[in-house]
Write a protein that binds this ligand. Structure first.
Ligand code: NAP
Ligand code: MG
Length: 456
């Protein structure tokens, strides 16, 4: 391993760590270690696998503050958010720790005998994760993969590898055998691409952009690997005139400016019924003014910097002299990849800001006439990940929820990610589901066994 990878702190632009940069050879070595560890891990009794995952969850809890600070500094996220995310990492391992003894099959009486099914692990699985929620998204994949008896190679994003490397150490400290979890900190174009092509990898679970997801699916198809893809989004926050407008407006900013807008679930299009547009905008502006942009390690901060200079430039290019800017927040002076919370209103639904995933703190407010118009606008996108509906009319809420082509929805709330419920997208937002029992099944293969009962 000859090259060095410099890990940058986005709030200061300083070098946070220098680590070896993995490439194709390291990816191959990691797959070989995972392959060697697989028979032993698969053979461990379910109850013992469960105890080891519980031990890891406890160890993560013991190291929560250290991991949260590392994540806050490396990803530039507010420390309070980072604590919440590491809390979810603990919860995810604890949830799937209960799973090994609950991997059940079916019993199916058939002519001349009995059919039954068992769930087998896939083998070596490659897990490729993005920089926006580094350890959280890794946990969503590592925990069910291990619970089901697979061994894993985890490739974190090059920009944010530090908490994944720490996880690799904690896994061993928890008593999980060496080789069961292997972290390869290197670029997607070399280490990542190699994992997707490697003949000994049975599945690729990927979270990232739709563009990279397409290329991963194409590569994985060559060896018929299983794939789970969690991709981009352009989710709608639909506010009807009969909603609690103040509540909807107060909740809207963090549904898009949380994690500085670098959230696949960001409700980045706010669709507002025309009759309440002005009232809603006034309340929205008041709420956006409350956002505190600044040092991720300050307890008061609610929004940090963007992940990199190049990403900030991509985000900034969505706003020009012709954009209908109705509000621009403040950013700190000095170094750091800052971009202010920005409200565009009213936005033409066919403009680039309204159709493309910005992945930054820019929200488009788009007026609509009636229920049918709201549904048409919300579904007019290649994506379908999440969304919200605000109304006091329960029947309308459920009607609209059924009509939206999206994987996850919340009614009178902007929160939709829970450890025990499935998460994933319709359309070009992805394939498959993470979290809940669905993710566990996605790391197994069904085997049907037929047992003859006829006399010979
Ligand atoms: P990205 O560029 O797609 O990268 C994601 C991961 O894939 C990184 O680890 C990256 O490695 C790796 N990668 C890149 N090219 C690869 C290749 N050819 N083969 C294998 N791996 C490759 O996404 P990002 O820039 O990190 O994150 C932003 C995007 O992720 C947004 O579009 C967002 O919507 C999406 N996202 C979706 C979800 C979800 O759950 N649906 C969650 C978070 C983010 P390197 O970066 O190290 O080169
Ligand atoms: Mg990228």
């Amino acid at each position: 391993m000859s090259e060095t990878l410099q890990v940058i702190e986005p709030a200061t632009e300083a070098v946070l760590a220098e680590i070896p940069r993995a490439g194709v050879a390291e990816a191959d070595a990691a797959v070989a270690r995972a392959k060697a560890a697989f028979p032993g891990w698969k053979a461990i009794a379910p109850g013992d696998r469960s105890r080891l995952l519980h031990a890891l969850a406890h160890l993560l809890q013991d190291n929560l503050e250290e991991l949260a600070v590392l994540e806050a500094r490396n990803a530039g996220k507010p420390i309070a958010d980072a604590r919440g995310e590491i809390g979810m990492v603990v919860e995810t391992f604890a949830y799937y720790a209960g799973a090994p003894e609950r991997l059940l099959g079916d019993t199916i009486p058939v002519a001349g005998g009995m059919g039954f099914t068992v769930r087998e692990p896939l083998g070596v699985v490659a897990l490729i994760t993005p920089w926006n929620f580094p350890l959280c998204i890794a946990a969503w994949k590592v925990a069910p993969a291990l619970a089901a008896g697979n061994t894993v190679v985890l490739k974190p994003a090059e920009l944010t590898p530090l908490t994944a490397l720490r996880l690799e150490q904690l896994v061993v400290e928890a008593g999980i055998p060496e080789g069961v979890v292997n972290v390869v900190a290197g670029p997607g174009s070399t280490a990542g691409a190699r994992l997707c092509a490697h003949p000994d990898v049975a599945k690729v679970a990927f979270t990232g952009s739709t563009e990279v997801g397409r290329s991963i699916a194409a590569t994985a198809a060559q060896t018929i690997k299983r794939v789970t893809l969690e991709l981009g989004g352009k989710s709608a926050n639909v506010v009807f005139a009969d909603a609690e407008i103040e509540r909807a407006a107060a909740a809207a900013p963090m549904a898009v400016f949380g994690n500085a807008g670098q959230d696949c679930c960001a409700r980045s299009r706010i669709l507002v019924q025309s009759s309440v547009l002005d009232t809603f905008l006034d309340a929205l502006h008041d709420a956006v003014a409350q956002i505190v942009v600044g040092d991720p390690l300050s307890e008061a901060t609610t929004m940090g910097p963007l992940i990199s200079a190049s990403h900030r430039d991509t985000v900034a290019a969505f706003v020009d002299a012709d954009s209908p800017v109705s509000m621009h927040g403040e950013t700190p002076e000095g170094p750091g990849f800052w971009y202010p919370p920005t409200v565009l209103a009213p936005v033409d639904p066919s403009s680039r800001a309204a159709t493309d995933e910005i992945f930054g703190p820019i929200v488009c407010v788009i007026p609509f006439k009636d229920e049918a118009h709201a549904i048409e606008l919300a579904n007019d996108t290649i994506y379908g990940l999440s969304g919200s509906i605000w109304t006091r009319d329960g029947g309308k809420a459920l009607r609209v929820a059924r009509a939206l082509d999206t994987g996850v929805l919340s009614i009178n709330s902007n929160s939709s990610v829970r450890v025990s419920t499935p998460f994933g997208g319709f359309k070009q937002s992805g394939v498959g589901r993470e979290l809940g029992p669905h993710a566990l099944e996605a790391y197994t293969e069904i085997k049907t066994i037929y047992y003859a009962t006829q006399e010979h």
